[in-house]
Design a protein around this ligand. Structure first.
Ligand SMILES: [Zn+2]
Length: 325
């Protein structure tokens, strides 16, 4: 008899496989990222009704494959939370897609990380409930994701000379996205003295130019986010060994100014109890600075351009759309 297993799981993406089947990629509690095959899922809609949509959290039961190297076969699913209010809201979809793309890019197959699973579940639940602003949840998710994954940059002092932020003269301190560190004014002056001055430009229009859909054409973007490039991503198995900023079309080789207050809030948010952390009051500037820093640094560190981040930028900056269309 074939052996089976079950685990809690959040659906990351799915792709069509042949005429009848789907390959479904999950973030599972007990096995990390896991790809399984849902046989006849395309043909028999009823069998997995409502359970093959993105963000749905469920318990899955699968059989191990008969032959070595095959994918486990999805036998049945038990929906825990459909998170339906995420899927029916464009901005929430944008945020959840970005978080899950980070997970999908970062996690390796079958390497469990229960703390990360709990974090993802928590932010999806909170996003679905809609009490905490989604921008704050996104900052919370990103800062804690870095903490759990062990690559939080030092946000309390200059990464070059170690000067604590309280002793740095400027109120807004430069964060070097590519190097992943703060640089105080004295060190910046030294670096600029040594290196040829290079102009960093970040062109939002360029950043989003390869997504041609209107944001209002939600279903197109949606299917684009979930149905493509499975093979491309699954073949990059060891993303963690990539050098930061390599292979990126737009390497985001840029520096960001972040105020001391925001840096302190981010540090506090990364270490305190999660229920307290998400209730932290952020000013509009602090949220913007926090998002800029994290959305610049994380993709750079992982070594991936995130499609969902482009989508998110378009949602946040509708004026970019009107220029283009
Ligand atoms: Zn310094």
């Amino acid at each position: 008899m074939m052996q089976s297993f079950s685990t809690d799981a959040i659906l990351l993406r799915r792709i069509e496989y042949g005429d009848y089947d789907l390959i479904v990629s999950y973030f599972t509690r007990s096995m990390g990222k896991l790809s399984v095959i849902a046989k006849n899922a395309k043909k028999s809609v009823r069998r997995f009704a409502g359970a093959l949509d993105p963000f749905v959290s469920m318990n899955i039961e699968c059989s191990w494959p008969k032959r070595k190297g095959g994918l486990p076969v999805l036998n049945c699913v038990d929906i825990q939370n459909p998170f339906a209010r995420i899927r029916t809201n464009t901005a929430k979809t944008g945020y959840a897609s970005y978080w899950l793309e980070i997970i999908s890019s970062w996690m390796e197959e079958k390497k469990p990380d229960e703390a990360l699973y709990e974090l993802v579940f928590h932010v999806l639940e909170s996003l679905n409930a809609g009490i905490i602003p989604m921008e704050v949840l996104s900052v919370l998710f990103q800062i804690r994701f870095m903490g759990i994954s062990g690559f939080t940059p030092n946000l309390m002092g200059c990464g070059q000379c170690g000067l604590p932020i309280d002793d740095i003269r400027q109120n807004r301190i430069t964060f070097d996205v590519v190097a992943g560190r703060l640089v105080c004014d004295r060190c910046s002056a030294n670096i600029l003295g040594n290196l040829e001055k290079r102009t960093y430009s970040f062109n939002e229009n360029e950043e989003v130019s390869d997504l041609n859909e209107k944001v209002s054409d939600y279903s197109t973007v949606y299917s684009k986010l979930y149905s493509t490039s499975y093979l491309a991503t699954s073949s990059t198995a060891s993303l963690k060994s990539h050098s930061p900023a390599l292979n990126l079309k737009n390497p985001l080789g840029r520096k960001i100014a972040v105020s001391k207050g925001t840096l302190k809030q981010l540090s506090w948010m990364s270490s305190t109890d999660i229920k307290l952390a998400e209730r932290l009051k952020f000013s509009r500037t602090a949220v913007k600075e926090g998002e800029n820093l994290l959305e610049g640094f994380i993709p750079c560190h992982i070594g991936r351009n995130m499609k969902s981040l482009k989508f998110l930028h378009r949602i946040r900056n509708p004026e970019i759309l009107s220029l283009k269309l």
